[in-house]
Write a protein that binds this ligand. Structure first.
Ligand code: SF4
Length: 252
């Protein structure tokens, strides 16, 4: 199963780059202070949602990423997408006490710990509602998601400290999010498909590498196999998908 990168995707990413969208995204990142934290990666227990322009920026960087690393990232993301309804999985870029893509991490990673506690709680409540909707959709497929998957995110970190400048307030961070949304809206039409993944970069990579219907049906099959305790079946499905993901990334 080999799905070469589609030329319209490549040319769309090139056009977005030529129009300066990725440079503008980086400028938005740089408007935040550098930070330090005490928990060192403990908050990376979930893959954060990303803005569409961040997904596009990651795809645009992919060909410049060393061949093996590119394949490994794609495999980890696809495995994350296929397995995360049955098992709690950390962010695929999380290392022990570090992030494998720290310089390129996403806006959600950069602003975590900078929000006021109240603003974060509102967002956490919205995320919990979304999680309940996902659980209900799985119930419709006859699958009861395990409690480890539905458990709330780690408690909000209050130990993130800026190294440069003051702590930005909630309105400033919301302004940065609005900029990321605007840049996402400015993406070329040929990248319109990237808006369909709800900010889930693992879903996007699985759909691009395997085909969207195949990625979804494989996710159901892997989830059912894992929850039934059929580790052999799940490992076989994940291995095939991982091979397809690596080929996709290498041909990108
Ligand atoms: S991308 Fe990096 S900083 Fe963000 S959640 Fe993943 S490991 Fe943590």
């Amino acid at each position: 199963m080999k799905r070469p990168a589609r030329p319209d995707l490549r040319s769309g990413l090139q056009e977005a780059s030529s129009r300066g969208l990725f440079v503008n995204l980086e400028q938005a990142y740089q408007d935040l202070p550098a930070t330090t934290c005490a928990r060192r990666g403990a908050c990376c227990g979930l893959l954060p949602p990303v803005f569409t322009v961040e997904l596009a920026a990651w795809l645009h960087r992919l060909p410049a990423t060393p061949y093996k690393e590119r394949a490994a990232q794609a495999r980890r993301l696809v495995e994350h997408f296929l397995g995360n309804a049955a098992q709690r999985r950390a962010c695929p870029w999380a290392l022990a006490e570090a992030c494998a893509i720290y310089q390129d991490r996403f806006l959600g990673c950069r602003t975590y710990g900078l929000w006021s506690r109240e603003a974060y709680q509102t967002r956490a409540a919205q995320a919990a509602q979304g999680q309940e909707a996902v659980a209900a959709a799985w119930r419709g497929l006859g699958v009861e998601l395990p409690s480890e998957v539905l458990a709330p995110a780690p408690p909000y970190c209050l130990q993130v400290k800026p190294l440069t400048g003051p702590v930005p307030d909630d309105a400033f961070i919301e302004g940065l999010e609005e900029r990321a949304l605007e840049l996402s809206r400015d993406l070329p039409q040929s990248l319109g498909r990237l808006h369909d993944f709800g900010g889930d970069i693992s879903f996007a990579v699985a759909a691009l590498a395997l085909g969207q219907p195949q990625a979804l049906s494989l996710k159901v099959a892997v989830t059912k196999a894992l929850l039934a305790g059929d580790k052999e079946e799940a490992a076989e499905l994940l291995a095939k998908a991982g091979t397809a993901a690596k080929r996709w990334a290498q041909s990108f």
